[in-house]
Design a protein around this ligand. Structure first.
Ligand code: HEC
Length: 179
């Protein structure tokens, strides 16, 4: 067979496979309750990684971890982030469970292995086509770096700290914590 024929056949086969995948995606529906397929997850995480500019990826948290700086991040997180991410970062909240993509368990390697700069960039810019809002403009630079410190602290969080955070969570819909 001529080379161009082989190439065309491969292209046609790929187009049919892509169309088939598209149809299955649409058939699955658009419910936010589903768990993303492996292909969707890979595409989303790769796109997200590529979207973080390399000058951000290399940044280190300029604020040293101390009891006060971590506490600052903790208080802030309890108020603005825990409705989706939960005080312990697990994402097990009413909002978290109903989102697609769902907030990841931030205690796990997937988040902890990200660089400080990647976490900072995500908080500043949010994640398009997801529930993660951009906080640029509403949070100061030190506030955002303290949030990164707190995210690093999540795997070691104690029951006493979680208890304290409960007192800082927004209490009802009239609460001004409108993120
Ligand atoms: C309305 C819900 C919502 C709120 C509020 C929210 N997030 Fe998120 N967040 C998400 C979702 C959903 C994702 C997952 C996005 C994805 O998978 O692409 C996410 C992802 C992230 C990530 C990326 C984690 C990773 O492993 O890639 C970080 C960091 C983060 N959020 C921090 C915060 C901080 C800090 C706050 C508060 C200032 C906050 N979020 C508030 C929904 C929310």
């Amino acid at each position: 067979m001529k080379r161009w024929k082989v190439v065309s056949l491969i292209l046609i086969a790929l187009a049919i496979a892509a169309a088939g995948y598209g149809v299955t995606l649409v058939r699955r529906g658009f419910s936010a309750l589903d768990t993303p397929s492996a292909i969707e997850e890979l595409a989303a995480t790769t796109a997200r990684k590529m979207a973080v500019p390399s000058e951000y990826r290399q940044l280190h948290d300029p604020i040293a971890p101390s009891t006060e700086s971590i506490r600052g991040g903790m208080e802030h997180f309890a108020y603005h982030c825990s409705p989706c991410h939960a005080n312990d970062g697990s994402g097990h909240t009413v909002y978290g469970k109903g989102l697609y993509p769902k907030p990841p368990d931030m205690r796990a390697a997937g988040t902890q292995n990200k660089s400080d700069g990647e976490l900072y960039y995500t908080i500043e810019n949010g994640v398009r086509l997801s529930g993660m809002p951009a906080f640029h403009g509403t949070h100061t630079v030190p506030q955002t770096w303290r949030l990164v410190l707190f995210i690093r602290h999540l795997p070691q969080i104690t029951p006493e700290e979680l208890n304290e955070m409960n007192g800082w969570n927004p209490k009802n819909e009239a609460d001004p914590a409108h993120f």
